[in-house]
Write a protein that binds this ligand. Structure first.
Ligand code: GDP
Ligand code: ZN
Length: 483
């Protein structure tokens, strides 16, 4: 069905519908220019439409001659268009009634309503972009912060010299060597020996694939945001700091409200990085849940959710009250954190203390004596949510803890895989390990070649070269309509 449906002419509204600015109806396929001629009347008489030229005129119903709207029209002839087919865009006034009428006219002329992502799917099928780029395009359309935009754009632009292309070329080269060695075992052709092949597999395939897989986690932070979760006993000022940090950036409206009685989530764009802040309302030990303790089931669910957020956190902000002595309850949160959980200690309410710096130092020493690794590995920050003292430093420390000292990946986004791509890479990696093992153990080259072919196949799914129709449909159906 992929091949049949790929031939017909599709149309969709390509802009969000609403009153005000302009709206675009996009048409792609063999009939696009015919439809343009039938429904659009340019102001000036012309014999034919030139490609990539904007015309002013009216959209008109060819049967009733009713004028629908004034309009700008452009025809982009194949292959110099988004889909590499003939593409027509009709720009009219936005507004549902207008756009719907234009769409109906196009459909009456033989076009069919496009499925979500179908224009982009055609761009892919016709070789204009690869699948990784198509997915990056979707990310770009949905990008809410500067880092999300940069990551998507760098994947989108990097077709020619991308890391994936380089690895693929190495695989093809290795395969060629293997095949020559298999076909001409006795000839004196110049081929690499097994040791050479094994080291190329290690250095030029396994290592870069391993690095790509590792970059996934950081890419996830760039794509989905960093999860920053508050911990600490009641009343230390968690919610106050939560609100102060929200105030430092642009709050990103999320379609999923994350507020329950015991947990509040907000996403905020701080210097281009999406940070998902989670304020927990205090975690009472789960064992205490029961009728006689007054901890009810709803609260128990809140606790469950808080605990899972703490476990998934990219960073936990553990808040202490500088104006009070440390108590057991202050440390309860640590019993819920995984051993190596990244956390940052925040001493709040500096404004209530006479010599905050002196007391801060003393408290840090107490912490260092309790956690031997604390002194050199963990930082702590002195703030007052009330006066704003130390909040800028907190923001800086937060960045540093999340993205590392230099923010390496942030500066040089090359290709960073998404979840689907990471899974392909993991399969490719496993096959490549097997191929290398085959070379090391002197297995027949035919067997090694099969493994390398499997590497190639798994690897090509990253860019969509070897992908099946059904999976393609699934990936592109995640796109929005008209894209
Ligand atoms: P939470 O239970 O940890 O979320 O703490 P809240 O943010 O609700 O704060 C508890 C109380 O401490 C409130 O009355 C806040 O106004 C107060 N508070 C929070 N931060 C500060 C601060 O930096 N200085 C002072 N003086 N009071 C604070
Ligand atoms: Zn609170």
């Amino acid at each position: 069905s992929l091949l049949e449906r790929e031939k017909d002419t599709i149309c969709a509204i390509a802009t969000p519908v609403g009153p005000g600015g302009i709206g675009i109806v996009r048409i792609s396929g063999a009939d696009a220019s015919k439809i343009l001629k039938n429904v659009f009347k340019p102001k000036r008489n012309i014999t034919d439409f030139e490609s990539h030229r904007l015309y002013y005129g009216h959209v008109q119903d060819p049967h009733s001659h009713e004028i629908i709207d004034e309009c700008m029209a452009v025809l982009m002839r194949a292959p110099h268009s988004y889909t590499r087919e003939d593409v027509v865009e009709l720009q009219s006034h936005s507004g549902h009634a207008v756009l719907k009428r234009i769409l109906d006219l196009a459909i009456a002329q033989g076009a069919r309503l496009a499925e979500p992502g179908e224009f982009t799917k055609r761009a892919f099928i016709n070789g204009r972009i690869d699948l990784a780029q198509a997915e990056a395009l979707m990310d770009l359309i949905n990008a809410q912060t500067e880092e999300e935009r940069r990551l998507a754009v760098s994947t989108l632009m990097g077709k020619e010299d991308s890391e994936t292309e380089r690895i693929r070329n190495v695989l093809l080269e290795l395969l060629a060597h293997l095949e020559v060695a298999i076909d001409f075992p006795d000839e004196d052709v110049e081929i690499l020996d097994e040791g050479h092949l094994a080291s190329r597999l290690e250095n030029d395939v396994l290592t870069p694939i391993r690095q790509l897989i590792q970059s996934y986690e950081q890419g996830r932070i760039l794509r989905e945001g960093a999860l920053v979760v508050f911990g600490g006993r009641p009343n230390v000022g968690k919610s106050s700091i939560f609100n102060a940090i929200l105030g430092m950036g642009r709050v990103i409206v999320s379609p999923i409200p994350g507020t329950t009685r015991d947990i509040i989530e907000e996403a905020v764009d701080i210097e281009g990085l999406r940070i998902v802040l989670v304020d927990t309302a205090g975690i009472r030990a789960k064992e205490k849940v029961g009728e006689d303790t007054g901890v009810d089931i709803v609260e128990a669910q809140g606790i469950e959710l808080s605990l899972s957020r703490l476990k998934d956190a990219n960073l936990v902000l553990v808040v202490f009250d500088l104006s009070e002595d440390l108590k057991d309850e202050d440390f309860e949160v640590f019993s819920y954190l995984p051993e190596d959980a990244p956390f940052l200690v925040v001493f709040n309410k500096a404004d209530l203390v006479d010599d905050p710096e002196g007391r801060f130092k003393k408290m840090e020493e107490v912490l260092a004596s309790m956690f031997p690794s604390y002194a050199n590995k963990r930082g702590s920050i002195l703030v007052s949510a009330q006066t704003g003292l130390g909040l800028k430093e907190l923001k800086k420390a937060l960045f540093k803890a999340i993205i590392g000292e230099e923010g390496s990946t942030l500066k040089r986004h090359g290709f960073i895989p998404n979840l689907r791509q990471k899974e392909c890479l993991e399969r490719a990696f496993a096959f490549a390990e097997r191929a290398k093992e085959g070379l090391d153990k002197g297995r027949p080259l035919e067997v090694v070649a099969m493994d390398v072919r499997d590497v190639l196949r798994a690897f090509e799914e990253v860019t969509g070269r070897g992908i099946e129709g059904d999976l393609l449909d699934k990936i592109f159906s995640n796109f929005c309509l008209g894209k």
